[in-house]
Write a protein that binds this ligand. Sequence first.
Ligand code: PLP
Length: 353
Amino acid sequence: MSRYWSDIVHRLTPYVPGEQPKITDLIKLNTNENPYGPSPRVLAALRDEAGDDLRRYPDPNGDILKQAVAGQHGIDPAQVFVGNGSDEVLAHTFRGLLSHGAPLLFPDISYSFYPVYCALFEVSYEIIPLSADFNIEVDDYLRPNGGVLFPNPNAPTGCVLTLDAIEGFLGRNRESVVTVDEAYIDFGGRTAISLVSSYPNLLVIQTLSKSRSLAGLRVGFAVGQQPLIEALERVKNSFNSYPLNRFALAGAAAAMADDAYFQQTRRAVMKSRAGLTRDLTRLGFEVLPSAANFVFVRHPAQDALELAGELRKRAILVRHFAQPRIDQFLRITVGTDPECAALIAALEEILKD
Ligand SMILES: *Cc1c(COP(=O)(O)O)cnc(C)c1O
């Protein structure tokens, strides 16, 4: 605390990211990073970028990346906004599209950055409880609102909504922007990008951090009709004209273009998820059905926080949320098969005592 702080700083409760330990021989299943490295074409693009041109500013519009995203999804580059991680894209969305008189609606159990941005941008909000089985019930969002925001698949539950459910909701909520945060969509859901042309109030946000193995590069994007994208551009250009540096633009464009590598690694993660789910179930865990690169699990006889502590002693990190309704759950990122096997072996040892 300091008297030099702006008023709002006193009122902030900043987001706390999952631990990024400096020790290297840990099995890190706590922040939903991809267990596989980025495409070799990304690494080549980054090497090509390391040259004299670094003295020059990057393209403020990120056109090569917008084109790569548009090419993958069969849309117009003018319908794409790019940012420094989808967290930044979300920030501009809060500022540019979700800040109105009526409250923003999002699920009670969801990405914990949302309430943080609400505080920073002074957006009023209402949380809508998930159903007893931890699903989003879209009908619960049919009430006066200044915007609707949810991840699909949801985090940290992994539960996915069908495209039909989303479209049904869009048909009945036309007055405010509906933002679908698709950070995990490539691991089992269907993207709502195909609905953008029919719904002028739909914004779809994706990231290259998870399914494209580029959390370290910080790249995310949004897809929507031009007026929504223009709002984001106006906010971005009032904040930072160059959010994506030359490496981020070149690496991300190369990642979007390498579809074969993308398909191969996302399929490997989905296959490992099936095996991990089977093994955890065998050990007595309840595993929520996951369409993401993590599973959300609880054990009927073991305290979740204690379990996380025991795993940590064995150099395995998982994520626990000290939050109502889910404090007996652990979120476990799907690792490589050897990492999943090490997790299962550690759990077998812990549960035996
Ligand atoms: C990881 C994640 C993000 C943030 O992704 P970045 O692009 O790395 O900022 C956004 N939303 C959800 C739900 C996430 O899990």
